[in-house]
Design a protein around this ligand. Structure first.
Ligand SMILES: [Zn+2]
Length: 851
């Protein structure tokens, strides 16, 4: 039987399961199209909520099922197996089943599937139900024992290995876990081994498993893993708890990586690293993701989510932890600016459109659609605000109580905050609203000066979002410092806590009128609206002690310059150009920071800024203005750039903060030089580069200047057998395509023999790049929209999860003029009209259309 239309699931409807699980035994007899899965599960009736046994199961062929060895009546649908309570024992019982599944034809990459001949799994959020019948919900935690039978040389699962022989291996995970953390891998793999001794003396075997040929790309990931293990002991007092920790690299993977207990599975792009094939940005990302997945061992695995509405409980906290880790490994100011760039580009954009939702959503149709920037990144910002409000000591006190109190449990946001209230005696009821109210607060500030007293008055409003027309004031920590007229800091960073709609704060006993530096370190995820002239911005850019505000002032100057160029045909302001030059040549500043100041706002960012100011963004005009400003900068900085380019050379490649910072500034400078020198310097660097950062940096500089035709061919010839590097080859061409030819470039690349819809990395390499090319994607012809829709319709048949996520590229459609809106609507409606469209994509498109 087929279930009716997909139902909406509500947070308010949460109820405990009718049965808990004590123990799970699984046997896998692996075969590409007919894998047998035998399960033996001990169920315990839940006295608090008695009822039928309800098991999830999708795409399973049921062979047999028994209760305590006997056949009982059961209803089996496309999605569930149900046994009436009257047909069940009232005491604990054993459910046994045998099912058949087909990993080879599983292109959705959820459950057990095959990637290049190896078996692997992805169970979060609801993939385990594609492996066997089970209460596939995070509040059901159990110990797992797994036997794998296969002719594959390496067979892995969660926990510790217990026994193995020719053609089989057994694993036991002593820590109770929900089914979404189950993992199995079997394949022809080689390992890069190491060891780590925990603080209490436990000796842990570490392995990174990869396909033969990739062994030389594991060393960096292994070092990152060991640093993460040490950091979590030192910073949060959390130790690893098994005898073995395995990481496996998989080519075909929907996400970045997955924190399965003791067996993390990684998209190969997020773990394999070598200087020849990975850029500095890749190294940094790999370090961050390895840390993230490792940190989940405590924030997610030992303490998990009661239901999927609490996803931010594990993700927001773990993102915050990996951000702190990366800051400690590299540079906090640089990391903070990168986080804010990302937050504004993805989360603010989401908050501002039809997909806006609270960090803890109230309802969903398909949970896969809620692995969003809001849940992850705004979720992390909330943890950062909590720490700012409480201070470091109370923050760690609360964390410790949370770990002690809830170890081994599946909990909620309320439990998380209660630990902080109980540990510190603070009332966090107002703060909790950050989890339930969607939308980015706008903060207006006005200043008054009288008799040595500066008064700052803040007013907050949050615009309506879907389903939430009326907003309440949030509790907002605002970090403020004051800079005297001579450039000295007269008041160091102070946290003002705004709780009302309008509130004033005073600073008295001041001599001369200072300049306020507001929202230091981006202390809250808000949009600050402040009337401030270019001269004051330039003053803060030159004098602020807070690196984030210093960068922010440069960014605002750049934005104002661009907006003036677009809306008033102005020429680029010289005060902006001079201020940038001063920063660029200030050797007391970190090169990575200077590179960030030199970077211009993205075209998408300018479009959003214009839209927020009540104007209709014109993609071609934005593109032209940004190109002109880059050209103007290139001329204005033409004497400084070649000198810097020489000075910043790094003789040996080390992917640390120092080396990568120098290279990022050097590549930014090269990009400008290439607009002036006909590509001479970039070609010379391309010819001799011995690392991917410089090879790709010089190629990118050439392509951005409309050059590089020979180099892009040479690049393909050199790297055609390296799938991860080839993803960059696809991306480069689309990102740098001229607006008029972007859609054609995409179509040509999809005809390339190595293009495949079955590999999400390859799909994103082309289509993620298409949507990142703002003027090409939003070309007036509508060709960009049509190309994307054509391929999304094809991809949905294979991989609904990646399709739905890519549909999000249309979320900004209401920003644009009526013609473009009509073009996009037509494509969205065409997607929606596709026969047998997945639940994932249907929900996303309906939300984007919003009608
Ligand atoms: Zn995560």
């Amino acid at each position: 039987m087929k279930d009716a239309a997909p139902e909406t699931i509500f947070l308010k409807d949460y109820a405990e399961p009718h049965h808990w699980v004590r123990e799970v035994h699984l046997t896998f007899r692996l075969a590409p199209t007919e894998t047998r899965v035998l399960s033996r599960i001990t169920f315990v009736p839940n006295a608090q909520n008695a009822g039928d046994l309800v098991l999830n199961g999708e795409d399973l062929k049921l062979i047999t099922a028994t209760v305590d060895g006997a056949i009982v009546p059961m209803d089996v649908s496309d999605t569930h197996l149900r046994i009436k309570s009257a047909d069940l024992p009232t005491k604990p019982f054993t459910f046994e089943a045998e099912v058949e599944i087909s990993p080879e034809t599983n292109t959705a990459l959820e459950g057990l599937y095959m990637s290049n001949g190896m078996y692997c799994t992805q169970c979060e959020a609801e993939g385990f139900r594609k492996i066997t019948y089970y209460p596939d919900r995070p509040d059901v935690m159990a110990t797992f024992t797994v036997r794998i039978e296969s002719d594959q040389p390496v067979m892995l699962s969660n926990g510790n290995p217990t026994a193995s022989g020719e053609g089989w291996a057994e694993w036991h995970d002593p820590w109770p876990k929900p089914s979404y953390l189950f993992a199995l891998v079997a394949g022809d793999l080689v390992n890069h081994p190491d060891r780590f001794t925990t603080k209490s003396g436990r000796d842990v075997e570490l392995n990174i498993y990869v396909r033969p040929g990739d062994e030389d790309k594991c060393a960096f990931g292994m070092e990152a893993l060991k640093s993460s293990m040490k950091w979590d002991e030192d910073t949060y007092g959390r130790e690893y708890d098994l005898d073995i920790f395995n990481i496996v690299a998989v080519d075909d993977f929907n996400m970045g990586a997955m924190e399965n207990k003791g067996l993390n599975i990684f998209n190969s792009s997020c773990v394999l690293a070598s200087k020849e094939t990975s850029t500095d940005a890749n190294f940094e990302r790999i370090e961050g993701i390895i840390a993230h997945e490792y940190f989940h061992n405590w924030t997610g695995n030992r303490i998990t989510c009661r239901d999927w509405f609490q996803l931010c409980l594990k993700e927001g906290l773990t993102v915050y932890r990996d951000q702190m880790f990366s800051g400690d490994m590299r540079s906090h100011p640089v990391k903070r600016i990168e986080e804010v760039l990302q937050l504004r580009a993805r989360q603010f954009r989401e908050d501002n459109g039809p997909l806006a939702h609270p960090v803890r959503p109230e309802s969903f149709v398909e949970i896969n659609n809620f692995y969003t920037a809001t849940v992850y990144e705004k979720g992390a910002e909330i943890i950062g605000m909590l720490r700012r409000i409480l201070g470091d000591e109370d923050y760690y006190k609360g964390c410790n109580l949370y770990f002690d109190r809830h170890d081994g449990q599946a909990v909620t946001i309320e439990d998380w905050l209660k630990a902080f209230e109980d540990a510190t005696g603070r009332d966090l009821s107002h703060f909790q609203q950050w989890y339930s109210q969607a939308g980015t607060p706008r903060l207006k500030v006005s200043e008054a000066w009288e008799d040595g007293t500066l008064t700052l008055t803040f007013t907050q409003t949050t615009p309506p979002t879907p389903g939430q027309p009326d907003k309440k004031p949030q509790l907002i920590p605002i970090a403020v410092g004051l800079i005297g007229p001579n450039g000295d800091e007269v008041v160091p960073t102070t946290i003002l806590t705004l709780s009302e709609e309008t509130q004033s704060f005073t600073f008295d006993g001041l001599g001369a009128r200072p300049v306020a530096s507001i929202l230091r370190d981006f202390s809250a995820p808000v949009i600050l609206e402040r009337e401030i002239d270019a001269a004051t911005r330039a003053f803060l850019l030159a004098n602020d002690t807070d690196p984030f505000q210093k960068w922010e002032m440069g960014r605002m100057l750049a934005k104002d310059t661009l907006i003036d160029m677009i809306t008033r045909d102005a020429t680029p302001a010289t005060d902006y150009l001079d201020a940038i030059k001063a920063v660029l040549t200030d050797e007391s500043l970190d090169p990575a920071f200077r590179a960030l100041v030199l970077g211009l706002p993205s075209e998408d960012d300018i479009a959003q800024t214009l839209f927020d100011a009540g104007q209709t963004p014109h993609p071609q005009k934005i593109h032209a203005a940004r190109q002109t400003l880059r050209q103007t900068l290139a001329i204005h900085l033409s004497d400084a750039c070649p000198t810097l380019f020489r000075q910043l050379e790094t003789p040996t490649f080390v992917p640390d903060a120092d080396g990568s910072g120098k290279r990022s500034l050097r590549m930014a400078v090269l990009g400008l030089m290439t607009l002036n020198d006909g590509g001479e310097a970039a070609r010379a660097l391309y010819a001799k580069a011995d690392n991917m950062t410089e090879q790709l940096g010089s190629l990118s500089a050439l392509l951005a200047a409309g050059l590089g035709a020979e180099e892009i061919q040479a690049f393909e010839k050199q790297w055609k057998n390296d799938r991860l590097v080839m993803d960059k080859w696809y991306t480069m061409q689309v990102v740098h395509a001229a607006p008029d030819s972007t859609a054609t470039t995409v179509e040509t690349l999809t005809q390339h023999p190595d293009f495949t819809l079955r590999n999400p990395n390859r799909f994103r390499a082309v289509f993620g790049a298409l949507t990142a090319n703002h003027a090409g994607f939003h070309h007036a012809s509508g060709a960009g929209y049509e190309t994307l829709a054509n391929h999304l319709i094809k991809l949905d048949k294979l991989n609904p999860q990646t399709t739905a996520r890519m549909c999000g590229s249309f979320e900004t459609w209401r920003r644009y003029d009526a013609d473009r809106q009509a073009l996009i609507r037509a494509q969205l409606e065409r997607i929606l009209a596709t026969e047998d469209l997945s639940r994932d994509t249907t929900e996303m498109v309906n939300r984007i259309l919003g009608d």
